[in-house]
Design a binder for this molecule. Structure first.
Ligand SMILES: NC(=O)C1=CN([C@@H]2O[C@H](COP(=O)(O)OP(=O)(O)OC[C@H]3O[C@@H](n4cnc5c(N)ncnc54)[C@H](OP(=O)(O)O)[C@@H]3O)[C@@H](O)[C@H]2O)C=CC1
Ligand SMILES: O=C(O)[C@@H]1CCC=N1
Length: 287
């Protein structure tokens, strides 16, 4: 069987993360299409990843999987551009499944703008997709069955990990893993700046911090790294990993005491709540 054609509506940050990640994972660029409103951006995607840009009707005609990767407010217009061509394709296997990456937009709102019984899978990805380290959170729409969900998982597993959740949990997934990389980048940026402020050359501070974040990520995802028995697939506990760094009366305890006094946990809880609420609001506004 030939490789299914994946067409991505919107070649921005997340569209490129998906397309670039798929190419980096070994997928033939010829099996990928992008529809991108900004002409110069389309040229960039061709130059960087060898992806061909086409118009929305052609994408709708050729796609086996249609990915919606435009901003939430642009979703209705993007769907309107493909609806008629999709309606002209036979329902069932000939009609592509739709994977929506748009934050906040419910599957029901997407289904309402497409031909009846279009299979829609809502996915919250994140930008580490570009380097094959995505967290993609999937929920099926009303007409998406096991076949479409499994196909979406197979596609996205090339660029990272996948997990299924009920759609009611998607706004929270958006707040944790969708936006989450930005929290880590902010933390890294602030640590680098602090090191520079205290006298380290910026390239040195940057190498120290980025390698530390990478190493900490490795510990967080390596079963048994927290010293618990078994290494049997148990997810390491962040608290135990943190304790292992924290020598009695030492430097880490001093830093953590300062962070707690500044309310870092409450600040993160408020941030995640704000992101979740914004996702809900986007769905109400544009869904
Ligand atoms: N960035 C991220 O980390 C993540 C983003 N998402 C979701 O992905 C979606 C895209 O986000 P992001 O990539 O950051 O946004 P971008 O603005 O970077 O990319 C969207 C691109 O699509 C273009 N566009 C707009 N309308 C159309 C259209 N009708 N047809 C084709 N292209 C169009 C935009 O052009 P123009 O600029 O002219 O509007 C822009 O170049 C959003 O819904 C977001 O919620 C989900 C998870 C993570
Ligand atoms: O900021 C946003 O709205 C998108 C969704 C998750 C990450 N970026």
């Amino acid at each position: 069987m030939s490789t299914p054609t994946v067409a991505v509506l919107g070649g921005g940050k997340i569209g490129e993360a998906l397309l670039g990640g798929l190419v980096a994972a070994g997928r033939a660029p010829g099996s990928l299409l992008v529809v991108e409103a900004v002409a110069a951006r389309a040229v960039e995607l061709t130059d960087r990843h060898g992806i061909v840009a086409v118009g929305a009707p052609e994408a709708a005609r050729r796609a086996d999987v249609l990915v919606v990767a435009v901003k939430p407010g642009d979703v209705p217009a993007a769907l309107d551009e493909v609806r008629d061509v999709l309606a002209g394709r036979a329902p069932g296997q000939d009609r592509p499944a739709v994977i929506s990456l748009a934050a906040g937009i419910p599957t029901a709102a997407i289904e309402a703008r497409l031909p009846a019984d279009t299979a829609v899978v809502r996915v919250m990805p994140n930008t580490p997709m570009l380097v094959g380290r995505a967290m993609c959170v999937l929920s099926p729409g009303a007409a998406a069955g096991e076949t479409e969900l499994a196909a979406a998982e197979e596609l996205l597993s090339a660029v990272g990990r996948t997990v299924r959740v009920p759609e009611s949990q998607q706004d929270l997934a958006t707040a944790l893993s969708g936006s989450g990389p930005a929290y880590v980048f902010l933390l890294a940026e602030a640590m680098i700046d602090a090191g520079v402020a205290l006298g380290l050359p910026r390239p040195v501070a940057t190498e120290l911090v980025t390698t530390t974040v990478e190493g900490a990520g490795g510990l967080l995802t390596t079963p048994g790294s927290d010293g618990r028995e078994g290494a049997d697939g148990t997810v390491p506990h962040p608290g135990l990993l943190r304790e292992a760094v924290t020598s009695p009366g030492g430097t880490t305890a001093a830093a953590l005491g300062s962070l707690e006094a500044d309310g870092v946990r409450a600040a993160l809880a408020r941030a995640v709540t704000a992101a979740r609420d914004r996702s809900v609001a986007l769905g109400r506004q544009y869904g």
